[in-house]
Each structure stands twice: as C-alpha cells, then as structure tokens.
Design a protein around this ligand. Sequence first.
Ligand SMILES: Cc1cc2nc3c(=O)[nH]c(=O)nc-3n(C[C@H](O)[C@H](O)[C@H](O)COP(=O)(O)O)c2cc1C
Length: 70
Amino acid sequence: MGRLVAYFSYGGVTKRIAEQLANELDATTFEIKPAMPYTRADVNWQDNTSRNVKEYKDVSSRPEIMAYLI
Ligand SMILES: Cc1cc2nc3c(=O)[nH]c(=O)nc-3n(C[C@H](O)[C@H](O)[C@H](O)COP(=O)(O)O)c2cc1C
C-alpha cells in the first residue's frame, strides 16, 4: 500500500519536514491548502486576535480547505 504525508504549511517549515519524512518513508506528499489563504497578519502568533491564534484556541475550528484527495 502506498504511503502519503499530508501537510499544512504557511511559511515552509512544516513543508520541509514533510518532504524529508516522505523521502524517508518513500511516500508521496499532499499539500493541504486553505480555501481562504492566510495573510502575514493572519499568522502572527504573537497577536492574540490573529486568525491563527483564534483558530488554534477554538478546538472545533476546521478551516475550509481548497481540495480533497477523495
Ligand atoms: C497559536 C500558535 C502559537 C505559536 N507559538 C510559537 C512559539 O511559541 N514559537 C515559535 O517559534 N513559533 C510559534 N508559532 C509559529 C509556528 O508554529 C511556527 O512558525 C511554524 O514553524 C510555522 O510552520 P510553517 O512554516 O510550516 O508555516 C505559533 C503558531 C501558532 C498558530
């Protein structure tokens, strides 16, 4: 059975790790993209009112994504 490493990354850190992991596992990668792209202000984790901090704190948060595998 094939392996898949799915990742969600804004700045590229998670993407790089996902690609290294996929390489080790001989897996393919899939980038999960948000339907509404994040701006720089959205990802300011030091601002409690930013989109990503609000989503992080809300355990029920499920941002719409752009595409599904199946
Ligand atoms: C709620 C929240 C808290 C975060 N806290 C930290 C932190 O304490 N230290 C840090 O370096 N990055 C923090 N970050 C930033 C990201 O986790 C970090 O920059 C990550 O490497 C970004 O991955 P990416 O490049 O794949 O988007 C935080 C992000 C969020 C949403």
